[in-house]
Design a protein around this ligand. Structure first.
Ligand SMILES: Cc1ncc(COP(=O)(O)O)c(C=O)c1O
Ligand SMILES: N[C@H](C=O)CCC(=O)O
Length: 427
């Protein structure tokens, strides 16, 4: 048995000064039980906890650490930037470099930098509302777009883990204009437009949902959403905070009017962005009347980490990431099949997850029908075996380019033990 004495001490101390002892709910192991491990440092594909235990990391800080931890070039770029000053509150040429890198990879003509995915989606919605003069927004059950009030309705991620569809503190008025429909149900979106004629500013979707586990869009779903928004004078916001620069050089790049990014583009520091068509983006202050701002937006350390990360993400790296995700997904799936555990491997790209469910999962209700107890047993055995999986059955698994052949051999043995443990759990 691994020792977790120091982590347990940290958890006790943390709980007295930080709500739940964590600064973001999914870290608290609420979905799997037990005490979170506290991390001391990380390098390459591995995390080291405060007790000195090492873990192969399949969370990657929930996406950003696509190159692995403490990548020497990213660290050097941050150190170099820090030595020149950590924040200026004035424009820098690095921000232009990052904006050029992003616009050259995506469908965005212009972008604005912010510091979190939450800010990005909140601001994109403001642009959509300001540009259309309409208030309502359609979102999908199980899609998570950060914790801004308007999106905390049937949200995925930590909200799903806690089993709380909405949050106290979000006034009814803040979600009164949010229409929630089932994911992959184009008829439900069409019906929302019919019932709210001329009132819907935007539909927001995750380009590939990754916050109810990973769920593939049905064939042509993103295009159909775009067509429906066109036909109804509304805008489509494609949330690529998770997929952007991970599933490919520019992300999913489905047709949309506005896009949001985060995670990978900050290289592990707080940077995010929203962007899209020039005519929409130019409605933002100081050019236009729609106000949006941020003291630390375009922070030079975050810009340096993000730009260096993006420049290191070449086609070869994406090929490696795709191969790793495919191998790891199949390895876990075979181990579960051998142990007789019903599951569904959902792998629409290098983002993937496994549902402990007999059936294919296409929406949030189907995702919620899985056996989360089996996932918890699988998770804890893997943790004991030195593998760090998301502490929730409603999250994606993230690979990094730092993973090695040795890591894959380690995983093979660990998956097989974890699958046998999961098989002992029944509903
Ligand atoms: C698709 C998506 N949108 C938005 C967010 C919010 O980003 P952040 O946690 O940086 O606020 C997240 C993750 O948290 C996400 O996965
Ligand atoms: N699912 C979330 C983001 O993608 C997990 C990160 C968090 O909320 O802490």
């Amino acid at each position: 048995m691994r020792k977790h004495t120091e982590s347990e001490l940290c958890a006790e101390r943390a709980a007295t000064v930080i709500p739940g002892g964590v600064n973001s709910p999914v870290r608290a192991f609420g979905g799997v039980g037990g005490t979170p491990v506290f991390i001391k440092e990380a390098r390459g594909s591995r995390l080291i906890d405060v007790d000195g235990n090492s873990y192969l990391d399949l969370v990657g800080s929930w996406g950003p650490m696509i190159l692995g931890h403490a990548h020497p070039e990213v660290v050097a770029a941050v150190q170099e930037a820090a030595a020149k000053g950590t924040s200026f509150g004035a424009p820098t040429s690095g921000e232009i470099d990052l904006a050029e890198e992003i616009t050259s990879r995506t469908n965005c003509e212009e972008i604005r930098l912010v510091s979190s995915g939450t800010e990005a989606t909140m601001s994109a919605l403001r642009v959509a509302r300001g540009a259309t003069g309409r208030d309502k927004v359609v979102k999908f059950a199980g899609c998570y777009h950060g914790h801004a009030d308007a999106f905390l309705a049937a949200a995925g991620s930590g909200v799903a883990t806690l089993g709380a569809p909405d949050s106290p503190g979000v006034p009814a008025s803040a979600t009164a204009d949010t229409i929630v429909v089932p994911y992959n149900d184009i008829d439900a979106v069409a019906a929302a437009f019919e019932q709210n004629e001329g009132q819907i500013a935007a539909v927001i979707t995750e380009a590939v949902p990754g916050n109810m586990g990973c769920v593939a869009p049905a064939d042509g779903f993103n295009q159909k959403l775009y067509d429906l928004t066109r036909a109804n004078g509304a805008l489509l916001i494609s949330d690529e905070v998770m997929t952007g620069f991970r599933v490919g050089p520019g992300g999913v790049k489905a047709p949309a009017d506005l896009y949001t990014y985060g995670k990978v583009m900050g290289g592990g520091l707080p940077a995010a962005a929203f962007g899209g068509r020039r005519d929409l983006m130019e409605q933002l202050a100081p050019v236009g009347p729609i106000y949006q701002a941020g003291t630390l937006s375009g922070n030079p350390l975050a810009v340096a980490a993000g730009l260096t990360t993006l420049r290191l993400l070449t086609d070869d790296v994406y090929e490696k990431l795709d191969g790793l995700a495919e191998q790891i997904g199949k390895m876990a799936s075979s181990a579960l099949s051998e142990a007789g555990v019903a599951h569904y491997l959902s792998a629409p790209g290098n983002l993937f997850s496994i549902f402990f469910s007999e059936n294919r999962v296409t929406n949030f209700n189907e995702a919620k029908a899985q056996n989360t107890g089996q996932y918890a047993a699988f998770f804890h055995t893997l943790l004991e075996e030195g593998v760090h999986l998301p502490p929730s059955a409603f999250e994606c698994w993230f690979v990094s380019a730092a993973m090695t052949g040795e890591d894959l051999s380690h995983l093979e043995t660990a998956f097989s033990r974890a699958a046998r443990k999961a098989a002992t759990v029944r509903l």
